[in-house]
Design a protein around this ligand. Structure first.
Ligand code: ATP
Ligand code: MG
Length: 441
Protein backbone atom coordinates (compact mmCIF):
# COMPACT_ATOMS: atom_id res chain seq x y z
CA UNK A 1 0.00 0.00 0.00
CA UNK A 2 1.30 3.44 -0.97
CA UNK A 3 0.89 5.89 1.88
CA UNK A 4 0.16 8.70 -0.59
CA UNK A 5 -2.96 6.79 -1.68
CA UNK A 6 -3.98 5.34 1.67
CA UNK A 7 -6.66 6.36 4.15
CA UNK A 8 -4.80 6.86 7.41
CA UNK A 9 -6.32 9.66 9.47
CA UNK A 10 -3.70 9.85 12.25
CA UNK A 11 -4.00 12.40 15.05
CA UNK A 12 -1.14 14.62 16.07
CA UNK A 13 -2.27 15.09 19.65
CA UNK A 14 -3.53 12.74 22.29
CA UNK A 15 -7.31 12.54 22.24
CA UNK A 16 -8.53 13.69 25.64
CA UNK A 17 -11.31 11.12 25.91
CA UNK A 18 -8.83 8.21 25.94
CA UNK A 19 -8.00 6.98 29.44
CA UNK A 20 -5.84 3.99 28.57
CA UNK A 21 -2.91 3.58 26.22
CA UNK A 22 -4.58 1.20 23.73
CA UNK A 23 -7.53 3.53 23.27
CA UNK A 24 -5.21 6.50 22.84
CA UNK A 25 -3.01 4.71 20.31
CA UNK A 26 -5.91 3.27 18.36
CA UNK A 27 -7.34 6.75 17.92
CA UNK A 28 -3.97 8.37 17.20
CA UNK A 29 -3.07 5.81 14.54
CA UNK A 30 -6.49 6.13 12.94
CA UNK A 31 -7.38 2.46 13.53
CA UNK A 32 -10.88 3.17 14.80
CA UNK A 33 -13.35 6.00 14.97
CA UNK A 34 -16.24 6.29 17.37
CA UNK A 35 -19.66 6.74 15.82
CA UNK A 36 -21.67 6.71 19.05
CA UNK A 37 -20.97 5.62 22.62
CA UNK A 38 -19.26 2.22 22.51
CA UNK A 39 -19.85 1.85 18.75
CA UNK A 40 -16.91 2.14 16.38
CA UNK A 41 -15.96 2.04 12.74
CA UNK A 42 -12.81 0.14 11.90
CA UNK A 43 -10.70 2.21 9.53
CA UNK A 44 -8.23 0.51 7.15
CA UNK A 45 -5.35 0.06 9.59
CA UNK A 46 -7.60 -1.23 12.37
CA UNK A 47 -9.52 -3.41 9.98
CA UNK A 48 -6.31 -5.13 8.89
CA UNK A 49 -5.45 -5.96 12.50
CA UNK A 50 -8.96 -7.18 13.20
CA UNK A 51 -8.82 -9.50 10.19
CA UNK A 52 -5.46 -10.91 11.23
CA UNK A 53 -6.66 -11.61 14.76
CA UNK A 54 -9.81 -13.17 13.39
CA UNK A 55 -7.77 -15.43 11.11
CA UNK A 56 -5.61 -16.74 13.96
CA UNK A 57 -8.74 -17.43 16.00
CA UNK A 58 -10.25 -19.24 13.02
CA UNK A 59 -7.17 -21.37 12.35
CA UNK A 60 -6.95 -22.49 15.97
CA UNK A 61 -10.68 -23.25 16.17
CA UNK A 62 -10.43 -25.31 13.00
CA UNK A 63 -7.34 -27.12 14.27
CA UNK A 64 -9.25 -28.10 17.41
CA UNK A 65 -12.05 -29.57 15.28
CA UNK A 66 -14.65 -26.79 15.55
CA UNK A 67 -16.68 -26.04 12.41
CA UNK A 68 -17.35 -22.51 11.22
CA UNK A 69 -20.83 -21.20 10.47
CA UNK A 70 -22.35 -17.71 10.44
CA UNK A 71 -25.48 -16.88 12.37
CA UNK A 72 -27.35 -13.57 12.02
CA UNK A 73 -26.94 -10.62 14.36
CA UNK A 74 -30.72 -10.19 14.67
CA UNK A 75 -32.63 -12.91 16.48
CA UNK A 76 -36.25 -13.63 17.27
CA UNK A 77 -37.34 -13.07 20.88
CA UNK A 78 -39.31 -16.32 20.75
CA UNK A 79 -36.30 -18.60 21.23
CA UNK A 80 -35.20 -16.48 24.20
CA UNK A 81 -38.66 -16.93 25.70
CA UNK A 82 -38.22 -20.69 25.26
CA UNK A 83 -34.99 -20.70 27.25
CA UNK A 84 -36.45 -18.32 29.80
CA UNK A 85 -33.75 -15.69 29.28
CA UNK A 86 -35.78 -13.03 27.49
CA UNK A 87 -36.87 -11.34 30.70
CA UNK A 88 -33.74 -12.25 32.69
CA UNK A 89 -31.19 -10.70 30.37
CA UNK A 90 -32.10 -7.19 31.38
CA UNK A 91 -31.21 -3.87 29.85
CA UNK A 92 -28.01 -5.06 28.19
CA UNK A 93 -30.16 -6.59 25.49
CA UNK A 94 -31.11 -4.33 22.61
CA UNK A 95 -34.75 -5.13 21.90
CA UNK A 96 -36.24 -4.32 18.51
CA UNK A 97 -39.74 -4.55 17.08
CA UNK A 98 -40.14 -5.23 13.36
CA UNK A 99 -42.90 -3.73 11.15
CA UNK A 100 -45.21 -6.66 11.93
CA UNK A 101 -44.90 -5.99 15.63
CA UNK A 102 -42.72 -9.03 16.24
CA UNK A 103 -40.18 -8.87 19.05
CA UNK A 104 -36.65 -9.17 17.79
CA UNK A 105 -33.27 -8.46 19.37
CA UNK A 106 -29.68 -7.81 18.43
CA UNK A 107 -27.87 -10.91 19.70
CA UNK A 108 -25.68 -10.44 22.78
CA UNK A 109 -24.75 -14.15 22.55
CA UNK A 110 -26.08 -17.17 20.62
CA UNK A 111 -26.86 -20.13 22.89
CA UNK A 112 -30.55 -20.09 22.00
CA UNK A 113 -30.07 -19.73 18.27
CA UNK A 114 -27.47 -22.48 17.99
CA UNK A 115 -29.60 -24.79 20.17
CA UNK A 116 -32.55 -24.20 17.85
CA UNK A 117 -30.42 -24.94 14.79
CA UNK A 118 -29.01 -28.07 16.37
CA UNK A 119 -32.35 -29.40 17.61
CA UNK A 120 -33.88 -29.04 14.14
CA UNK A 121 -30.97 -30.74 12.38
CA UNK A 122 -29.58 -33.47 14.61
CA UNK A 123 -31.59 -36.44 15.77
CA UNK A 124 -29.12 -39.18 16.63
CA UNK A 125 -26.22 -39.61 19.02
CA UNK A 126 -24.23 -40.75 15.98
CA UNK A 127 -23.99 -37.13 14.90
CA UNK A 128 -22.25 -36.18 18.15
CA UNK A 129 -19.89 -34.74 19.18
CA UNK A 130 -20.01 -31.47 17.25
CA UNK A 131 -18.64 -28.02 17.92
CA UNK A 132 -19.96 -25.12 15.83
CA UNK A 133 -18.58 -21.61 15.95
CA UNK A 134 -18.97 -18.26 14.29
CA UNK A 135 -17.25 -14.90 14.35
CA UNK A 136 -19.97 -12.31 14.46
CA UNK A 137 -20.82 -8.89 15.86
CA UNK A 138 -22.62 -8.80 19.19
CA UNK A 139 -24.46 -5.99 20.87
CA UNK A 140 -24.64 -5.47 24.62
CA UNK A 141 -25.97 -2.19 25.87
CA UNK A 142 -23.22 -1.91 28.47
CA UNK A 143 -24.04 0.55 31.23
CA UNK A 144 -20.54 2.03 31.01
CA UNK A 145 -18.90 1.49 27.63
CA UNK A 146 -15.31 2.66 27.97
CA UNK A 147 -11.69 2.29 26.94
CA UNK A 148 -12.60 2.33 23.25
CA UNK A 149 -13.24 -1.10 21.78
CA UNK A 150 -12.03 -2.75 25.00
CA UNK A 151 -15.52 -2.46 26.42
CA UNK A 152 -17.73 -1.50 23.53
CA UNK A 153 -21.44 -1.93 23.04
CA UNK A 154 -20.99 -3.47 19.60
CA UNK A 155 -18.04 -5.87 19.47
CA UNK A 156 -16.76 -8.81 17.46
CA UNK A 157 -16.82 -12.14 19.23
CA UNK A 158 -15.91 -15.68 18.32
CA UNK A 159 -18.43 -17.94 19.99
CA UNK A 160 -18.34 -21.71 19.77
CA UNK A 161 -20.89 -24.20 21.08
CA UNK A 162 -20.24 -27.87 21.75
CA UNK A 163 -22.78 -30.71 21.74
CA UNK A 164 -22.13 -34.05 23.41
CA UNK A 165 -23.94 -37.14 24.62
CA UNK A 166 -22.06 -37.87 27.83
CA UNK A 167 -20.38 -35.82 30.54
CA UNK A 168 -17.11 -37.50 29.70
CA UNK A 169 -17.33 -36.43 26.06
CA UNK A 170 -18.43 -32.93 27.04
CA UNK A 171 -15.35 -32.61 29.17
CA UNK A 172 -13.23 -33.60 26.17
CA UNK A 173 -14.87 -30.88 24.10
CA UNK A 174 -14.18 -28.37 26.86
CA UNK A 175 -10.54 -29.43 27.07
CA UNK A 176 -10.03 -28.96 23.33
CA UNK A 177 -11.23 -25.36 23.54
CA UNK A 178 -9.12 -24.75 26.65
CA UNK A 179 -5.98 -25.73 24.78
CA UNK A 180 -6.90 -24.00 21.55
CA UNK A 181 -7.33 -20.78 23.57
CA UNK A 182 -3.83 -21.04 25.01
CA UNK A 183 -2.48 -21.45 21.48
CA UNK A 184 -4.62 -18.69 20.00
CA UNK A 185 -3.48 -16.00 22.44
CA UNK A 186 0.15 -17.09 22.36
CA UNK A 187 0.20 -16.74 18.58
CA UNK A 188 -0.75 -13.09 19.09
CA UNK A 189 2.20 -12.60 21.39
CA UNK A 190 0.01 -12.62 24.51
CA UNK A 191 0.54 -14.50 27.75
CA UNK A 192 -2.90 -15.63 28.78
CA UNK A 193 -3.63 -17.33 32.06
CA UNK A 194 -6.70 -19.54 32.47
CA UNK A 195 -8.45 -18.75 35.74
CA UNK A 196 -11.27 -20.40 37.58
CA UNK A 197 -14.21 -18.10 36.99
CA UNK A 198 -17.79 -17.44 37.93
CA UNK A 199 -20.31 -18.55 35.37
CA UNK A 200 -22.54 -15.46 35.63
CA UNK A 201 -25.93 -15.27 33.92
CA UNK A 202 -25.01 -17.98 31.42
CA UNK A 203 -24.89 -20.56 34.23
CA UNK A 204 -23.17 -23.94 34.61
CA UNK A 205 -20.33 -25.10 36.80
CA UNK A 206 -17.09 -25.59 34.85
CA UNK A 207 -15.73 -22.27 33.67
CA UNK A 208 -12.43 -20.53 32.96
CA UNK A 209 -11.62 -17.01 31.97
CA UNK A 210 -8.47 -16.37 29.96
CA UNK A 211 -6.75 -13.33 31.34
CA UNK A 212 -3.95 -11.22 29.92
CA UNK A 213 -2.14 -9.36 32.69
CA UNK A 214 -2.14 -5.58 32.19
CA UNK A 215 -2.24 -2.71 34.67
CA UNK A 216 -5.22 -1.21 32.89
CA UNK A 217 -7.25 -4.43 33.00
CA UNK A 218 -10.73 -4.28 34.48
CA UNK A 219 -10.46 -7.53 36.43
CA UNK A 220 -8.60 -8.07 39.67
CA UNK A 221 -6.88 -11.47 39.53
CA UNK A 222 -4.66 -13.66 41.70
CA UNK A 223 -2.30 -16.36 40.50
CA UNK A 224 0.87 -18.34 40.95
CA UNK A 225 3.82 -16.71 39.18
CA UNK A 226 4.77 -20.06 37.60
CA UNK A 227 1.76 -19.75 35.29
CA UNK A 228 3.11 -16.56 33.73
CA UNK A 229 6.20 -18.30 32.40
CA UNK A 230 4.39 -21.22 30.77
CA UNK A 231 4.18 -21.84 27.01
CA UNK A 232 1.14 -23.15 25.20
CA UNK A 233 1.21 -26.61 23.56
CA UNK A 234 2.75 -26.62 20.06
CA UNK A 235 0.84 -26.83 16.80
CA UNK A 236 1.47 -30.58 16.59
CA UNK A 237 -0.84 -31.05 19.60
CA UNK A 238 -3.03 -34.12 19.08
CA UNK A 239 -6.55 -33.03 19.95
CA UNK A 240 -7.75 -36.63 19.93
CA UNK A 241 -5.29 -37.69 22.61
CA UNK A 242 -6.10 -37.47 26.32
CA UNK A 243 -5.74 -33.75 27.07
CA UNK A 244 -6.48 -34.09 30.78
CA UNK A 245 -2.79 -34.16 31.85
CA UNK A 246 -2.15 -30.81 30.11
CA UNK A 247 -5.29 -29.30 31.62
CA UNK A 248 -4.37 -30.57 35.08
CA UNK A 249 -0.94 -29.10 34.69
CA UNK A 250 -2.42 -25.66 33.94
CA UNK A 251 -5.20 -25.76 36.48
CA UNK A 252 -3.05 -27.34 39.19
CA UNK A 253 -1.58 -23.96 40.14
CA UNK A 254 -3.61 -21.27 41.85
CA UNK A 255 -5.30 -18.79 39.52
CA UNK A 256 -8.61 -17.06 40.19
CA UNK A 257 -10.54 -13.96 39.33
CA UNK A 258 -11.82 -11.81 42.17
CA UNK A 259 -15.23 -13.54 42.34
CA UNK A 260 -13.60 -16.93 42.90
CA UNK A 261 -10.62 -15.77 44.92
CA UNK A 262 -10.02 -17.48 48.25
CA UNK A 263 -7.28 -15.65 50.21
CA UNK A 264 -6.79 -18.55 52.63
CA UNK A 265 -6.20 -21.04 49.82
CA UNK A 266 -3.98 -18.54 48.00
CA UNK A 267 -1.70 -18.24 51.03
CA UNK A 268 -1.68 -21.95 51.71
CA UNK A 269 -0.97 -23.03 48.13
CA UNK A 270 1.36 -20.35 46.82
CA UNK A 271 4.69 -19.34 48.35
CA UNK A 272 4.86 -15.63 49.18
CA UNK A 273 7.41 -14.94 46.39
CA UNK A 274 5.10 -16.45 43.85
CA UNK A 275 1.89 -14.68 44.83
CA UNK A 276 0.81 -12.43 42.00
CA UNK A 277 -2.04 -10.03 42.60
CA UNK A 278 -2.63 -8.04 39.44
CA UNK A 279 -5.03 -6.49 37.00
CA UNK A 280 -6.04 -8.38 33.91
CA UNK A 281 -8.00 -8.22 30.67
CA UNK A 282 -10.50 -10.97 29.99
CA UNK A 283 -9.88 -12.05 26.40
CA UNK A 284 -11.76 -15.34 26.47
CA UNK A 285 -14.25 -17.26 28.55
CA UNK A 286 -15.28 -20.90 28.37
CA UNK A 287 -18.23 -22.51 30.17
CA UNK A 288 -19.73 -25.91 30.50
CA UNK A 289 -23.46 -25.68 31.20
CA UNK A 290 -24.80 -29.15 30.39
CA UNK A 291 -28.53 -29.17 29.64
CA UNK A 292 -29.26 -25.55 30.62
CA UNK A 293 -30.60 -24.77 27.13
CA UNK A 294 -31.20 -28.22 25.67
CA UNK A 295 -33.76 -29.15 28.39
CA UNK A 296 -36.06 -26.12 28.12
CA UNK A 297 -35.63 -25.93 24.35
CA UNK A 298 -36.10 -29.66 23.87
CA UNK A 299 -32.86 -30.28 22.01
CA UNK A 300 -32.71 -34.04 22.26
CA UNK A 301 -31.11 -36.87 20.34
CA UNK A 302 -31.80 -40.55 20.28
CA UNK A 303 -29.19 -42.37 22.38
CA UNK A 304 -27.73 -45.84 21.61
CA UNK A 305 -30.62 -47.44 23.52
CA UNK A 306 -33.25 -45.56 21.50
CA UNK A 307 -34.19 -43.23 24.38
CA UNK A 308 -34.22 -39.45 23.88
CA UNK A 309 -31.57 -37.56 25.80
CA UNK A 310 -30.95 -33.82 26.15
CA UNK A 311 -27.56 -32.92 24.68
CA UNK A 312 -24.80 -31.55 26.90
CA UNK A 313 -23.32 -28.23 25.86
CA UNK A 314 -20.70 -25.65 26.57
CA UNK A 315 -20.02 -22.25 25.07
CA UNK A 316 -16.66 -20.70 24.33
CA UNK A 317 -16.16 -17.01 23.66
CA UNK A 318 -13.21 -14.94 22.49
CA UNK A 319 -13.29 -11.15 22.39
CA UNK A 320 -11.89 -10.73 18.87
CA UNK A 321 -12.15 -6.93 18.75
CA UNK A 322 -11.06 -6.57 22.40
CA UNK A 323 -7.89 -8.50 21.51
CA UNK A 324 -6.69 -5.68 19.25
CA UNK A 325 -6.62 -3.43 22.31
CA UNK A 326 -5.18 -6.16 24.55
CA UNK A 327 -2.23 -6.65 22.20
CA UNK A 328 -1.50 -2.92 22.30
CA UNK A 329 -1.75 -2.82 26.11
CA UNK A 330 0.80 -5.63 26.21
CA UNK A 331 3.09 -4.28 23.50
CA UNK A 332 3.87 -0.56 23.15
CA UNK A 333 6.42 2.04 24.23
CA UNK A 334 6.55 5.84 24.46
CA UNK A 335 6.77 6.12 20.67
CA UNK A 336 3.73 4.04 19.86
CA UNK A 337 2.52 0.54 19.15
CA UNK A 338 4.86 -2.45 18.72
CA UNK A 339 2.89 -5.02 16.74
CA UNK A 340 3.90 -8.67 16.95
CA UNK A 341 4.50 -9.89 13.37
CA UNK A 342 1.47 -12.20 13.55
CA UNK A 343 -1.15 -9.45 13.88
CA UNK A 344 0.66 -6.43 12.45
CA UNK A 345 -1.42 -4.41 9.95
CA UNK A 346 1.67 -4.27 7.74
CA UNK A 347 4.84 -6.25 8.22
CA UNK A 348 7.17 -3.78 6.56
CA UNK A 349 7.28 0.00 6.42
CA UNK A 350 9.29 1.08 3.41
CA UNK A 351 10.47 4.64 3.96
CA UNK A 352 11.61 6.69 0.99
CA UNK A 353 13.65 9.57 2.40
CA UNK A 354 13.71 11.46 -0.91
CA UNK A 355 10.52 10.79 -2.80
CA UNK A 356 10.69 12.20 -6.31
CA UNK A 357 14.41 11.52 -6.73
CA UNK A 358 15.22 8.90 -9.35
CA UNK A 359 17.62 6.71 -7.35
CA UNK A 360 15.57 6.42 -4.18
CA UNK A 361 12.31 6.02 -6.11
CA UNK A 362 13.77 3.23 -8.24
CA UNK A 363 15.25 1.37 -5.25
CA UNK A 364 11.95 1.66 -3.35
CA UNK A 365 9.82 0.55 -6.29
CA UNK A 366 12.05 -2.47 -6.74
CA UNK A 367 11.82 -3.47 -3.07
CA UNK A 368 8.11 -2.76 -2.98
CA UNK A 369 7.49 -5.09 -5.92
CA UNK A 370 9.68 -7.84 -4.48
CA UNK A 371 7.99 -7.64 -1.08
CA UNK A 372 4.54 -7.71 -2.70
CA UNK A 373 5.50 -10.72 -4.79
CA UNK A 374 6.69 -12.48 -1.63
CA UNK A 375 3.26 -11.85 -0.08
CA UNK A 376 4.58 -9.43 2.54
CA UNK A 377 2.21 -6.62 3.52
CA UNK A 378 4.14 -3.42 2.99
CA UNK A 379 3.25 0.18 3.69
CA UNK A 380 5.34 2.31 1.34
CA UNK A 381 5.86 5.87 2.49
CA UNK A 382 6.22 7.59 -0.87
CA UNK A 383 5.17 11.00 0.45
CA UNK A 384 7.37 14.10 0.57
CA UNK A 385 7.13 14.54 4.37
CA UNK A 386 10.39 15.29 6.11
CA UNK A 387 12.41 12.33 7.43
CA UNK A 388 11.80 12.97 11.14
CA UNK A 389 8.04 12.97 10.67
CA UNK A 390 8.18 9.77 8.63
CA UNK A 391 10.16 7.96 11.32
CA UNK A 392 7.82 9.16 14.05
CA UNK A 393 4.75 8.01 12.12
CA UNK A 394 6.11 4.55 11.44
CA UNK A 395 7.19 4.15 15.07
CA UNK A 396 3.71 5.23 16.13
CA UNK A 397 2.04 2.76 13.76
CA UNK A 398 4.25 0.00 15.16
CA UNK A 399 5.07 -1.80 11.91
CA UNK A 400 7.58 -4.54 12.93
CA UNK A 401 10.18 -3.84 10.21
CA UNK A 402 11.26 -0.58 8.65
CA UNK A 403 13.41 -0.32 5.55
CA UNK A 404 14.85 3.15 5.21
CA UNK A 405 16.00 4.17 1.75
CA UNK A 406 18.01 7.39 1.40
CA UNK A 407 20.34 8.89 -1.20
CA UNK A 408 23.43 8.75 1.02
CA UNK A 409 23.09 5.04 1.78
CA UNK A 410 22.28 4.18 -1.80
CA UNK A 411 25.60 5.70 -2.89
CA UNK A 412 27.24 2.89 -0.87
CA UNK A 413 24.69 0.44 -2.32
CA UNK A 414 22.93 0.18 1.05
CA UNK A 415 19.62 0.70 2.79
CA UNK A 416 18.93 0.66 6.49
CA UNK A 417 16.75 -1.87 8.23
CA UNK A 418 15.19 -1.31 11.64
CA UNK A 419 13.38 -3.69 13.94
CA UNK A 420 10.67 -1.77 15.80
CA UNK A 421 10.69 -3.94 18.92
CA UNK A 422 14.42 -3.62 19.69
CA UNK A 423 15.22 -0.42 17.83
CA UNK A 424 18.20 -2.23 16.23
CA UNK A 425 19.33 -0.63 12.98
CA UNK A 426 21.65 -2.14 10.42
CA UNK A 427 22.87 -1.15 6.97
CA UNK A 428 22.95 -3.72 4.21
CA UNK A 429 22.24 -4.13 0.52
CA UNK A 430 18.58 -4.00 -0.52
CA UNK A 431 18.80 -7.71 -1.42
CA UNK A 432 20.09 -8.59 2.05
CA UNK A 433 17.35 -6.49 3.67
CA UNK A 434 14.72 -8.26 1.61
CA UNK A 435 16.17 -11.64 2.51
CA UNK A 436 16.36 -10.83 6.23
CA UNK A 437 12.66 -9.95 6.29
CA UNK A 438 11.53 -12.89 4.20
CA UNK A 439 13.55 -15.30 6.35
CA UNK A 440 12.11 -13.94 9.61
CA UNK A 441 8.53 -13.91 8.37
P1 ATP B 1 -17.06 -9.03 30.79
O1 ATP B 1 -16.90 -9.76 32.09
O2 ATP B 1 -15.78 -8.39 30.30
O3 ATP B 1 -18.23 -8.11 30.76
P2 ATP B 1 -18.51 -11.23 29.81
O4 ATP B 1 -18.13 -12.22 30.81
O5 ATP B 1 -19.82 -10.60 29.86
O6 ATP B 1 -17.37 -10.12 29.70
P3 ATP B 1 -18.60 -13.25 27.76
O7 ATP B 1 -20.06 -13.42 27.66
O8 ATP B 1 -17.81 -14.26 28.47
O9 ATP B 1 -18.28 -11.81 28.34
O10 ATP B 1 -18.04 -12.95 26.29
C1 ATP B 1 -16.90 -13.57 25.72
C2 ATP B 1 -15.79 -12.58 25.47
O11 ATP B 1 -16.24 -11.45 24.74
C3 ATP B 1 -15.20 -11.99 26.73
O12 ATP B 1 -14.23 -12.85 27.27
C4 ATP B 1 -14.60 -10.70 26.24
O13 ATP B 1 -13.29 -10.93 25.74
C5 ATP B 1 -15.50 -10.29 25.09
N1 ATP B 1 -16.41 -9.21 25.50
C6 ATP B 1 -17.46 -9.30 26.34
N2 ATP B 1 -18.07 -8.11 26.49
C7 ATP B 1 -17.39 -7.24 25.71
C8 ATP B 1 -17.53 -5.84 25.42
N3 ATP B 1 -18.50 -5.12 25.97
N4 ATP B 1 -16.65 -5.27 24.55
C9 ATP B 1 -15.66 -6.00 23.99
N5 ATP B 1 -15.48 -7.31 24.22
C10 ATP B 1 -16.32 -7.93 25.06
MG1 MG C 1 -16.98 -13.60 30.86
Amino acid sequence: MRLSQYFLPTLRDDPKEAEIVSHRLMLRTGMIRQSSAGIYSWLPLGHRVLRKIEQIVREEQDRAGAIEILMPTIQSADIWRESGRYEDYGKEMLRITDRHGRDMLYGPTNEELITEIFRDSVKSYRDLPRNLYHIQWKFRDEIRPRFGIMRGREFLMKDAYSFDLTEEDARKSYNKMFISYLRTFERMGLKSIPMAADTGPIGGDLSHEFIVLADTGESQVYCDRDLIERSAPGKDIDYDADLMPIINDWTGKYAATEEKHDPKRFEAEVSSDNRVSARGIEVGHIFYFGTKYSEPMNCKVQGPDGKLVAVLSGSYGIGVSRLAAAVIEASHDDDGIIWPDSVAPFNVALINLKAGVNETDAACEDLYTKLANAGIDTLYDDTDERAGAKFATMDLLGVPWQIIVGPRGLKQGEVEIKRRVSGDRQSMTPEAAFKRIVDTD
